[in-house]
Design a protein. Structure first.
Length: 304
Protein backbone atom coordinates (compact mmCIF):
# COMPACT_ATOMS: atom_id res chain seq x y z
CA UNK A 1 0.00 0.00 0.00
CA UNK A 2 1.01 1.62 -1.97
CA UNK A 3 1.18 4.30 0.51
CA UNK A 4 0.35 12.27 -1.47
CA UNK A 5 0.66 16.30 -1.53
CA UNK A 6 -0.98 18.11 -4.47
CA UNK A 7 1.16 19.88 -7.10
CA UNK A 8 0.64 19.32 -10.85
CA UNK A 9 2.57 16.30 -12.15
CA UNK A 10 4.13 15.68 -8.75
CA UNK A 11 0.71 15.48 -7.11
CA UNK A 12 -0.52 13.07 -9.76
CA UNK A 13 2.55 10.97 -9.14
CA UNK A 14 2.28 10.87 -5.40
CA UNK A 15 -1.53 10.60 -5.16
CA UNK A 16 -1.72 7.16 -6.77
CA UNK A 17 1.22 5.63 -4.99
CA UNK A 18 -0.58 4.71 -1.79
CA UNK A 19 -1.22 1.04 -1.35
CA UNK A 20 -3.80 0.79 1.42
CA UNK A 21 -7.57 1.49 1.29
CA UNK A 22 -8.95 4.39 3.28
CA UNK A 23 -10.97 3.76 6.43
CA UNK A 24 -12.59 6.01 9.05
CA UNK A 25 -10.60 7.55 11.88
CA UNK A 26 -8.71 10.55 13.24
CA UNK A 27 -5.63 10.99 15.41
CA UNK A 28 -5.63 11.76 19.08
CA UNK A 29 -2.75 12.88 21.24
CA UNK A 30 -0.29 10.14 22.10
CA UNK A 31 1.72 9.39 25.16
CA UNK A 32 5.41 10.27 24.88
CA UNK A 33 7.47 7.84 22.84
CA UNK A 34 8.87 4.94 24.80
CA UNK A 35 12.40 5.25 26.05
CA UNK A 36 14.94 3.33 24.05
CA UNK A 37 14.73 -0.33 24.89
CA UNK A 38 12.00 0.07 27.51
CA UNK A 39 8.32 0.73 26.90
CA UNK A 40 6.96 -0.88 30.05
CA UNK A 41 3.42 0.23 30.87
CA UNK A 42 3.38 2.66 27.94
CA UNK A 43 1.05 2.53 24.97
CA UNK A 44 2.74 2.81 21.59
CA UNK A 45 0.52 4.78 19.19
CA UNK A 46 0.78 3.77 15.56
CA UNK A 47 -0.90 5.68 12.74
CA UNK A 48 -2.39 3.52 9.99
CA UNK A 49 -4.71 3.88 7.02
CA UNK A 50 -7.02 0.89 7.04
CA UNK A 51 -7.25 -0.28 10.63
CA UNK A 52 -9.94 -2.80 9.64
CA UNK A 53 -7.46 -4.75 7.51
CA UNK A 54 -6.96 -8.20 9.07
CA UNK A 55 -3.22 -7.87 9.73
CA UNK A 56 -3.79 -5.18 12.35
CA UNK A 57 -5.91 -7.24 14.76
CA UNK A 58 -3.31 -9.99 14.52
CA UNK A 59 -0.54 -7.45 15.08
CA UNK A 60 -2.17 -6.05 18.23
CA UNK A 61 -2.50 -9.56 19.64
CA UNK A 62 1.05 -10.56 18.75
CA UNK A 63 2.45 -7.36 20.29
CA UNK A 64 0.45 -7.96 23.48
CA UNK A 65 1.92 -11.46 23.69
CA UNK A 66 5.33 -9.78 23.83
CA UNK A 67 4.19 -7.40 26.57
CA UNK A 68 3.84 -4.40 24.25
CA UNK A 69 0.56 -2.49 24.27
CA UNK A 70 -0.19 -0.66 21.06
CA UNK A 71 -3.00 1.62 19.98
CA UNK A 72 -3.80 1.85 16.29
CA UNK A 73 -4.90 5.33 15.24
CA UNK A 74 -6.87 5.13 12.00
CA UNK A 75 -6.81 7.89 9.36
CA UNK A 76 -8.88 8.65 6.29
CA UNK A 77 -6.44 11.23 4.96
CA UNK A 78 -2.93 10.28 3.84
CA UNK A 79 -1.74 13.80 4.65
CA UNK A 80 -2.29 13.40 8.40
CA UNK A 81 -0.13 10.55 9.81
CA UNK A 82 3.28 12.04 9.01
CA UNK A 83 2.63 15.46 10.61
CA UNK A 84 1.09 13.68 13.61
CA UNK A 85 4.25 11.61 13.94
CA UNK A 86 6.46 14.66 13.59
CA UNK A 87 4.50 16.44 16.34
CA UNK A 88 4.70 13.48 18.71
CA UNK A 89 0.99 12.69 18.53
CA UNK A 90 2.00 9.29 17.15
CA UNK A 91 5.03 7.17 17.95
CA UNK A 92 5.11 5.36 14.61
CA UNK A 93 3.14 5.15 11.41
CA UNK A 94 2.73 2.45 8.80
CA UNK A 95 0.77 3.50 5.73
CA UNK A 96 3.29 4.66 3.12
CA UNK A 97 6.20 3.72 0.94
CA UNK A 98 9.51 5.50 0.57
CA UNK A 99 8.34 7.70 -2.31
CA UNK A 100 5.61 9.25 -0.19
CA UNK A 101 7.84 9.65 2.85
CA UNK A 102 10.48 11.38 0.72
CA UNK A 103 7.91 13.82 -0.65
CA UNK A 104 6.73 14.63 2.87
CA UNK A 105 10.24 15.15 4.22
CA UNK A 106 11.22 17.40 1.31
CA UNK A 107 7.97 19.39 1.30
CA UNK A 108 7.78 19.82 5.08
CA UNK A 109 11.50 20.10 5.78
CA UNK A 110 11.32 17.14 8.16
CA UNK A 111 13.39 14.03 8.71
CA UNK A 112 11.08 11.13 9.49
CA UNK A 113 13.00 7.89 9.11
CA UNK A 114 12.15 4.35 7.98
CA UNK A 115 12.76 1.69 10.63
CA UNK A 116 11.49 -1.40 8.85
CA UNK A 117 9.83 -2.70 5.72
CA UNK A 118 6.47 -4.43 5.44
CA UNK A 119 5.51 -5.32 1.88
CA UNK A 120 5.60 -4.35 -1.76
CA UNK A 121 2.60 -4.63 -4.06
CA UNK A 122 3.97 -5.66 -7.46
CA UNK A 123 3.09 -4.01 -10.76
CA UNK A 124 3.08 -6.60 -13.53
CA UNK A 125 3.76 -6.95 -17.25
CA UNK A 126 1.24 -9.15 -19.07
CA UNK A 127 0.98 -10.67 -22.53
CA UNK A 128 -1.51 -12.83 -24.40
CA UNK A 129 1.04 -13.58 -27.13
CA UNK A 130 4.23 -14.47 -25.28
CA UNK A 131 4.89 -16.70 -22.30
CA UNK A 132 8.07 -14.93 -21.18
CA UNK A 133 9.90 -11.67 -21.62
CA UNK A 134 12.70 -13.32 -23.58
CA UNK A 135 10.19 -14.41 -26.24
CA UNK A 136 9.21 -10.82 -27.12
CA UNK A 137 10.87 -9.96 -30.46
CA UNK A 138 12.97 -6.87 -30.90
CA UNK A 139 11.03 -3.88 -32.20
CA UNK A 140 7.66 -4.98 -30.81
CA UNK A 141 5.46 -2.50 -28.95
CA UNK A 142 4.75 -2.61 -25.21
CA UNK A 143 2.23 -0.36 -23.47
CA UNK A 144 2.48 1.42 -20.14
CA UNK A 145 -0.13 3.52 -18.31
CA UNK A 146 -0.12 7.17 -19.38
CA UNK A 147 -0.54 8.70 -15.91
CA UNK A 148 2.69 9.93 -14.36
CA UNK A 149 2.24 8.02 -11.13
CA UNK A 150 2.17 4.61 -12.76
CA UNK A 151 4.20 5.34 -15.89
CA UNK A 152 7.50 5.86 -14.06
CA UNK A 153 7.09 2.65 -12.12
CA UNK A 154 6.03 0.74 -15.26
CA UNK A 155 9.16 1.91 -17.08
CA UNK A 156 11.27 0.65 -14.20
CA UNK A 157 9.56 -2.74 -14.55
CA UNK A 158 10.41 -2.79 -18.27
CA UNK A 159 14.00 -1.80 -17.58
CA UNK A 160 14.38 -4.50 -14.92
CA UNK A 161 13.01 -7.00 -17.46
CA UNK A 162 15.69 -5.99 -19.98
CA UNK A 163 13.24 -4.54 -22.49
CA UNK A 164 14.30 -0.89 -22.30
CA UNK A 165 17.11 1.32 -21.04
CA UNK A 166 16.43 4.61 -19.28
CA UNK A 167 18.85 7.47 -19.83
CA UNK A 168 18.66 8.53 -16.20
CA UNK A 169 19.07 4.99 -14.93
CA UNK A 170 15.46 5.23 -13.76
CA UNK A 171 13.78 7.48 -11.23
CA UNK A 172 10.30 7.91 -9.80
CA UNK A 173 9.87 10.70 -12.37
CA UNK A 174 10.93 8.79 -15.51
CA UNK A 175 8.67 9.17 -18.55
CA UNK A 176 8.76 8.14 -22.21
CA UNK A 177 11.33 10.86 -22.97
CA UNK A 178 13.73 9.09 -20.61
CA UNK A 179 13.84 5.98 -22.80
CA UNK A 180 17.08 5.42 -24.72
CA UNK A 181 15.45 4.07 -27.87
CA UNK A 182 18.73 3.01 -29.50
CA UNK A 183 19.60 0.84 -26.51
CA UNK A 184 16.09 -0.58 -25.97
CA UNK A 185 14.69 -3.85 -27.29
CA UNK A 186 11.08 -2.70 -27.65
CA UNK A 187 9.09 0.40 -28.45
CA UNK A 188 6.88 1.82 -25.72
CA UNK A 189 3.53 3.53 -26.04
CA UNK A 190 1.44 5.12 -23.29
CA UNK A 191 -2.26 4.37 -22.94
CA UNK A 192 -4.95 5.33 -20.47
CA UNK A 193 -4.62 2.75 -17.70
CA UNK A 194 -8.04 1.18 -18.21
CA UNK A 195 -7.26 0.58 -21.90
CA UNK A 196 -4.06 -1.40 -21.37
CA UNK A 197 -5.82 -4.74 -20.80
CA UNK A 198 -8.23 -4.40 -23.72
CA UNK A 199 -5.34 -3.41 -26.01
CA UNK A 200 -3.33 -6.56 -25.31
CA UNK A 201 -4.35 -8.28 -28.60
CA UNK A 202 -2.64 -5.46 -30.51
CA UNK A 203 0.50 -5.38 -28.37
CA UNK A 204 3.38 -7.61 -27.46
CA UNK A 205 2.69 -6.90 -23.79
CA UNK A 206 1.41 -4.25 -21.43
CA UNK A 207 2.04 -3.15 -17.87
CA UNK A 208 -1.41 -3.36 -16.31
CA UNK A 209 -2.44 -1.77 -13.04
CA UNK A 210 -3.64 -4.34 -10.50
CA UNK A 211 -7.18 -2.97 -10.61
CA UNK A 212 -7.51 -3.86 -14.31
CA UNK A 213 -5.82 -7.26 -14.47
CA UNK A 214 -9.13 -9.13 -14.20
CA UNK A 215 -10.54 -7.06 -17.09
CA UNK A 216 -8.09 -8.80 -19.38
CA UNK A 217 -9.22 -12.22 -18.18
CA UNK A 218 -5.87 -12.61 -16.43
CA UNK A 219 -4.71 -13.37 -12.93
CA UNK A 220 -1.75 -11.89 -11.11
CA UNK A 221 0.07 -15.20 -11.58
CA UNK A 222 -0.02 -14.59 -15.36
CA UNK A 223 2.48 -11.72 -15.15
CA UNK A 224 5.61 -12.38 -17.22
CA UNK A 225 7.52 -9.70 -15.28
CA UNK A 226 6.89 -7.55 -12.24
CA UNK A 227 8.63 -5.52 -9.57
CA UNK A 228 11.38 -7.58 -8.00
CA UNK A 229 11.47 -6.82 -4.26
CA UNK A 230 15.23 -7.42 -4.33
CA UNK A 231 15.81 -4.98 -7.21
CA UNK A 232 17.05 -1.55 -6.06
CA UNK A 233 14.57 0.02 -8.49
CA UNK A 234 11.72 -1.46 -6.45
CA UNK A 235 12.92 -0.08 -3.14
CA UNK A 236 11.09 3.27 -3.42
CA UNK A 237 7.82 1.33 -3.55
CA UNK A 238 8.43 -0.75 -0.44
CA UNK A 239 6.02 0.11 2.37
CA UNK A 240 7.56 0.98 5.70
CA UNK A 241 7.22 1.78 9.37
CA UNK A 242 8.39 5.36 10.00
CA UNK A 243 9.20 7.37 13.10
CA UNK A 244 11.05 10.51 14.13
CA UNK A 245 14.77 10.38 13.32
CA UNK A 246 15.72 10.68 17.00
CA UNK A 247 13.67 7.55 17.78
CA UNK A 248 14.83 5.33 14.94
CA UNK A 249 16.99 3.18 17.24
CA UNK A 250 14.24 2.63 19.83
CA UNK A 251 14.45 -1.08 20.73
CA UNK A 252 10.70 -1.43 21.33
CA UNK A 253 9.91 0.01 17.92
CA UNK A 254 12.39 -2.38 16.34
CA UNK A 255 10.71 -5.25 18.17
CA UNK A 256 7.34 -4.21 16.74
CA UNK A 257 8.80 -4.26 13.24
CA UNK A 258 10.18 -7.75 13.89
CA UNK A 259 6.76 -8.92 15.10
CA UNK A 260 5.06 -7.55 11.99
CA UNK A 261 7.60 -9.15 9.67
CA UNK A 262 7.66 -12.59 11.29
CA UNK A 263 4.32 -13.35 12.95
CA UNK A 264 2.43 -15.89 10.80
CA UNK A 265 -1.02 -14.46 11.56
CA UNK A 266 0.10 -10.93 10.72
CA UNK A 267 1.58 -12.11 7.45
CA UNK A 268 -1.55 -14.07 6.59
CA UNK A 269 -3.65 -10.98 7.26
CA UNK A 270 -1.37 -8.86 5.09
CA UNK A 271 -1.76 -11.28 2.20
CA UNK A 272 -5.54 -11.38 2.67
CA UNK A 273 -5.83 -7.59 2.77
CA UNK A 274 -3.97 -7.25 -0.53
CA UNK A 275 -5.99 -9.88 -2.35
CA UNK A 276 -2.93 -12.08 -2.51
CA UNK A 277 -0.79 -9.52 -4.34
CA UNK A 278 1.34 -8.25 -1.46
CA UNK A 279 4.89 -9.55 -1.17
CA UNK A 280 6.27 -9.39 2.36
CA UNK A 281 9.80 -8.03 2.48
CA UNK A 282 12.45 -7.70 5.18
CA UNK A 283 14.65 -5.08 3.58
CA UNK A 284 17.66 -4.03 5.71
CA UNK A 285 17.07 -0.64 7.29
CA UNK A 286 20.35 0.64 5.85
CA UNK A 287 18.99 -0.05 2.36
CA UNK A 288 15.73 1.74 3.17
CA UNK A 289 17.69 4.76 4.41
CA UNK A 290 19.88 4.78 1.29
CA UNK A 291 16.83 4.62 -0.95
CA UNK A 292 15.13 7.43 0.97
CA UNK A 293 18.20 9.63 0.56
CA UNK A 294 18.20 9.06 -3.22
CA UNK A 295 14.47 9.61 -3.62
CA UNK A 296 14.65 12.80 -1.54
CA UNK A 297 17.44 14.06 -3.81
CA UNK A 298 15.42 13.17 -6.93
CA UNK A 299 12.36 14.89 -5.47
CA UNK A 300 14.30 18.07 -4.66
CA UNK A 301 15.74 18.13 -8.18
CA UNK A 302 12.33 17.56 -9.75
CA UNK A 303 10.72 20.32 -7.71
CA UNK A 304 13.57 22.64 -8.54
Amino acid sequence: MSRQHPSSRQSKLIAALAAVPLVFGLASCATPAAGEGDAANEVIKIGVVGKADPQWAAFEEAAADEGIEIELVDFTDYAQPNPATTEGELDLNQFQHIVYLADYNVSAGEDLAPIGSTAIYPLGLYSTKYDSVKDIPEGETVAVPNDASNQARALLVLQSAGLIELKSGGTIFSDLADIDESASKVKVTALEASLTPTSLPDLAAAVINNDFVADAGLTFEDAIAQDDPTDPNALPYVNIFATRAEDKDNATYKKLVEIFQTDPEVQAGLLEASGGTGVSVQTPVADLEKSLTKVEADTKAFKG
